[in-house]
Design a protein around this ligand. Structure first.
Ligand SMILES: [Zn+2]
Ligand SMILES: [Zn+2]
Length: 254
């Protein structure tokens, strides 16, 4: 039976008895690379920095990427944007995932291994895209207490993601049309006058005891952060149309 090329153990994972309820239950954890080498998921991720850079198997040095089937010759836009993939077969608790491209995961992990301080900020962007208001509140409440978080609240709110077009959490909230998170971020990180906030938002802020800073200098105001293409969250609102465009037209971003 195949074993992990990194740690030589069988390709299974023993579940945490507290989470699974059973004692020492094992499940498959078998990542099969195009070169036919097997790894545990985490064992390969631990080597993400090397693999994302060399694009070769850490065990047999085979070059891993393949390019997806080419677009039709008439589509010049797509052909200029052909991206490499590393297609794997991953078998875990949930079953078999054939043709799983792990290059995006490796790229993200390589970035986070060299920028560990960005991990909570990336997590916050994910929560923003999902509209997880409560999750963001819990993460922000931990900023001062959690020694794994090296950023200040202001840095965390204003962080822009180099892996996602230089977007801030506010850009992400507009893009994903997460209105509650949108208002929460503006409440915490903008100099917008309190009267501009919808009554419902004011109610939530009051119930939760969410403080606002007395002054937010322009360089820390989330409304003025630009993505890699120079667009603010207000530009995203205008583009999103509907109520979002009305927020932008209503002077929220001036
Ligand atoms: Zn392993
Ligand atoms: Zn290999």
């Amino acid at each position: 039976m195949a074993t992990c090329k990194s740690c030589s153990d069988p390709l299974t994972l023993t579940l945490d008895p507290e989470e699974s309820g059973d004692e020492g239950q094992t499940v498959p954890d078998d990542l099969l690379l195009p070169c036919s080498c097997h790894f545990h998921w985490q064992c390969l991720l631990d080597q993400a920095s090397t693999v994302a850079l060399s694009l070769t198997c850490p065990s047999c040095n085979t070059y891993l990427p393949s390019t997806p089937p080419g677009p039709s010759s008439t589509n010049s836009f797509l052909s200029n944007n052909v991206q490499s993939q590393i297609l794997t077969t991953y078998t875990n608790e949930g079953g078999v995932q054939p043709d799983l491209d792990i290059l995006p995961v490796l790229t993200e992990e390589a970035f986070l291994l060299s920028h560990p301080e960005a991990r909570p900020a990336r997590a916050m962007h994910t929560l923003a895209s999902e509209g997880d208001f409560q999750g963001i509140m819990e993460l922000l409440a931990d900023v001062d207490a959690d020694e794994d978080i090296d950023m200040s609240l202001v840095q965390l709110l204003g962080w822009t993601d180099p892996l996602n077009g230089g977007k801030s959490a506010l850009h992400v909230a507009v893009e994903s049309q997460q209105e509650e998170v949108f208002w929460l971020l503006l409440w915490l990180g903008s100099a917008i006058k309190t009267d501009f906030f919808p009554e419902q938002v004011l109610g939530v802020a009051e119930t939760m005891g969410l403080p606002r800073r007395g002054t937010v200098p322009a360089e820390e105001d989330l409304r003025y952060i630009k993505d890699a293409e120079g667009r603010t969250a207000g530009d995203y609102c205008a583009q999103a149309g509907g109520q979002w465009a009305r927020f932008a037209e209503g002077g929220l971003f001036n």
